[in-house]
Design a protein around this ligand. Structure first.
Ligand SMILES: Nc1nc2c(c(=O)[nH]1)N[C@H]1C(S)=C(S)[C@@H](COP(=O)(O)O)O[C@H]1N2
Ligand SMILES: [Mo]
Length: 166
């Protein structure tokens, strides 16, 4: 059984005092402390994780809050169709059509322990069962911004992640 690769944690990542913001095309913007997320129903997602770099981590068990539950609490506007998931490491942000977040988790635990900062703690987006790219598993999530339009060039995740390979 192989685990996740361990990458450097960028200086901008600051887990102390972490909160999760839900912003943009919502009626009720949220700024949630960790205790608020821990008080929500949590679910488990199991599976392997592969990076385009050529490695696979097998049999991971993530536990956390469904992203859609968090988003619903902010009451998205009817026109909201996309989400840009931002992270603490600078301009890292990954865009999703909202229906792609069905089944996605805001993971707070990995294999029964609090998610270590090396692997994206306090919270990491774990995309649902549909095919996803490794850079869509956003570590150090800080904000979910709801959008009415495709985020286009604001979606930096692929470019930033690939620039960090090697
Ligand atoms: N915020 C953020 N999330 C990220 C990345 C990143 O650089 N920043 N890299 C992505 C890539 S390319 C991979 S393969 C995985 C690596 O996860 P790991 O460090 O837990 O192995 O995180 C993904 N999520
Ligand atoms: Mo990756």
């Amino acid at each position: 059984m192989d685990g996740l690769a361990t990458h450097d944690v960028p200086d901008a990542v600051e887990p102390d005092g972490w909160r999760l913001a839900v912003t943009g095309a919502v009626e009720r913007p949220l700024d949630l402390p960790p205790a608020a997320l821990r008080s929500m129903d949590r679910v488990r997602v199991e599976g392997d994780f592969s990076c385009v770099e050529g490695w696979t981590a097998t049999d991971l068990t993530w536990r956390g809050v469904p992203v859609t539950d968090v988003v619903e609490r902010a009451r998205p506007e009817a026109a909201a169709e996309y989400a840009l998931v931002r992270a603490m490491d600078g301009d890292y942000a990954c865009g999703f059509a909202l229906d792609r977040l069905d089944g996605a988790l805001l993971a707070l635990e990995l294999d029964g322990d609090p998610l270590p900062v090396e692997h994206g703690g306090p919270a990491r987006l774990v995309p649902g069962p549909a095919d996803s790219d490794c850079w869509e598993s956003v570590k150090w999530v800080s904000e979910v911004e709801l959008l009415t339009d495709d985020p286009g060039a604001d979606d930096t995740a692929r470019a930033v992640a690939l620039s960090r390979l090697e």
